[in-house]
Design a protein around this ligand. Sequence first.
Ligand code: PNS
Length: 163
Amino acid sequence: MKAICPGSFDPVTHGHLNIIERTATLFDDVLVAVGRNSAKNYLFSPDERVAMLSEACAGMANVQVTLLDGLLVDFCRAHDVGAIVKGLRFGGDFEFELQMAQMNHALSGIETVMLPTSARWAHLSSTMIREVAGLGGDVSQFVPDSVDRRIAAKVAERRGSGR
Ligand code: PNS
């Protein structure tokens, strides 16, 4: 069966990668789909997020990275995806993910599998990483090296343009 790991990945963290690796052991094929959450302001463009994920997932043989346009359930139907996989860090994640899982099931019948995040990465969030990095903090322990370099370049670019 093919599974999908959808998310914003702004940027991808070791927590996301842990969920993707574990999904790749449970399913035959995995699509990692970079989506747009209309409630969020992104630091990286969709193409940059796809590029960062592609580098980080290069060693995972049954994992492909793609852009997600439109409704997740339509994308799943079009790409023969049998299950949505999401990581759960704490109770707040569960409430939000439960609502999305129920909506996606009502729309299409697709199931959502929720994996508990590894305790090692449970405190991570892309939002916090953006904030710490934007204020000059070191986030290198939370993201792959290639992502850390891109964050540093993006923060420098934003500082240069006064944003
Ligand atoms: O990492 P995020 O921001 O929690 O990811 C949210 C994402 C992109 C997975 C979600 O917003 C999504 O599925 N977007 C696609 C559009 C869609 O189907 N929305 C309805 C979800 S019930």
